[in-house]
Design a protein around this ligand. Structure first.
Ligand code: DWN
Ligand code: SAH
Ligand code: ZN
Length: 405
């Protein structure tokens, strides 16, 4: 068992999802090179309580020029980040010439509003095609991995940052110590590091085992983030619960002693203790629930196939790589997955080889059932696809358990 990547403590494994592909590696049908697989297992550190993967996929294999995910494929997420940018402009960015950096800026969904307000900014993201979309939207981007070395170069070129922001990226970086050293290097003395990540408490409550995959190297909670921050001279001064991505926390870190922590931090820490969020029993129950969901889902899919019913997947999510490959779903059960992302269409789902088709394929003709892999966008998607349900189509969901809606 590898030592904790945060504190070197002993990590206890609680879930093993077996042989898994790279979650966002949507291969072309014509590709003949060997598909990469790794062993996906997760554990919790007995000292600092950080939940983490037990093996690491090389970062260049996950995040590169053609990385397909685009924040703005969800109108709800685009609006979420636009609203956050406006809040930043009205709170933290009132100085004469503030500088904002975003780690994992992707297609610029958050920095667009900062740029439009004429505020100095810089996105940092190694995914070149996503960065080009951000640049077209007026956002300045450094196509690079954020870490200590790139942070020093940014400080040298642009000066200190008043705010460093990151969403669904900080947890993706096993070398998180280097990132925090970079943040320490780049952040102004009175600056804040604000980041939002899906919340371990919500993942446990909803048994959303598919949130565990290669890119999600850490699953954060307030306690493990407090422990991590303290090791680098920072403290959590605010923690805001969000509903996006199945439940998330927006953490605000400041240099220790610089700002008075809000009551929300202590309240969430108390709640996590009550939930037993550091107890191994909590995680073994979670792993048992994942097995139940897997078994129930495969029974349902096989039953529907025996009845001659058609079932297609909806949303070629990174999460679905774990769901599909842990359950052993195959094209005879799910003939295709539809997805609005151009960089995923015409390609194959990682590991299973299930084809990805554009949303137009969904209604030509509608299937009997749609398995919602993008369950975190259920409200938005079900509203977009109301005609499917009105014509008798049924949604299959597997979070928090297998059910038909
Ligand atoms: O943490 C991460 C989050 C931010 O995004 C990254 N590690 C990678 C990625 O994870 P994901 O792929 O699980 O994210 P989503 O947002 O759940 O993906 C939704 C998928 O569904 C996208 O491929 C877009 C697609 N979609 C669609 O086809 N029609 C989404 C909506 C809202 C739609 O209406
Ligand atoms: N922030 C966006 C995108 C999240 S997907 C959102 O919340 O929707 C994760 C992003 O982090 C990808 O665009 C990936 O290229 C980027 N990324 C991964 N490692 C990174 C690093 N070390 N520095 C900067 N960006 C990184
Ligand atoms: Zn630890």
């Amino acid at each position: 068992m590898p030592p904790c990547r945060i504190c070197g403590g002993s990590v206890i494994e609680f879930a093993d999802f077996g042989r898994q592909p790279i979650s966002d590696a949507f291969r072309l049908p014509s590709q003949t090179d060997e598909e990469f697989f790794y062993h996906l297992a997760a554990g919790i550190c007995q000292s600092c309580t950080m939940v983490q993967l037990l093996s690491e996929v090389p970062r260049e294999m996950m995040f590169h020029e053609q990385y397909p995910y685009r924040t703005s494929e969800s109108a709800m997420m685009a609006s979420h980040f636009e609203l956050f940018a406006q809040r930043l402009l009205e709170t933290e960015l009132l100085d004469s010439d503030p500088f904002v950096v975003e780690i994992g800026s992707n297609d610029g969904a958050m920095l667009k509003a900062i740029s439009n307000a004429g505020v100095r900014h810089l996105g940092v993201d190694p995914s070149g095609e996503a960065a080009r979309l951000a640049t077209q939207a007026g956002v300045r981007v450094r196509v690079d991995f954020f870490e200590k070395s790139s942070a020093a170069a940014i400080r040298c070129a642009d000066g200190p940052a008043k705010v460093i922001f990151s969403a669904n990226t900080f947890s993706h970086i096993p070398y998180i110590g280097s990132v925090l050293e970079g943040i320490d290097e780049l952040l102004a003395d009175d600056g804040v590091f604000v980041f939002e990540e899906r919340y371990l408490a919500d993942i446990i409550a909803s048994s959303s085992f598919d949130q565990i995959y290669d890119e999600h190297f850490y699953l954060f909670c307030v306690r493990s983030v407090c422990n991590l921050a303290a090791r680098h001279g920072f403290e959590v001064v605010d923690a805001e619960h969000l509903t996006v991505h199945g439940g998330a926390i927006r953490y605000t870190l400041a240099r220790t002693g610089r700002r008075r922590p809000s009551a929300a931090v202590a309240e969430l820490l108390d709640r996590e203790a009550t939930l037993g969020l550091a107890d191994l029993a909590t995680f073994t129950r979670f792993a048992t629930n994942a097995k139940t969901i897997r078994d129930d889902l495969m029974v349902l899919l096989r039953e529907l196939r025996s009845q001659g019913k058609t079932v297609v997947g909806y949303g070629a999510t990174a999460k679905s790589a774990t769901a599909i490959n842990y359950c052993g779903m195959t094209p005879d059960l799910i003939p295709f997955v539809c997805d609005s992302t151009p960089g995923k269409q015409g390609r194959l789902m990682p590991g299973s080889g299930i084809p990805v088709r554009p949303p137009s394929a969904f209604s030509q003709p509608y299937p009997d059932y749609a398995l919602l892999f993008a369950w975190n966008h259920a409200e938005e998607i079900m509203a977009n696809e109301r005609a499917f349900h009105e014509s008798g189509g049924k949604w299959i969901l597997y979070v928090p358990d297998v059910h038909v809606a």
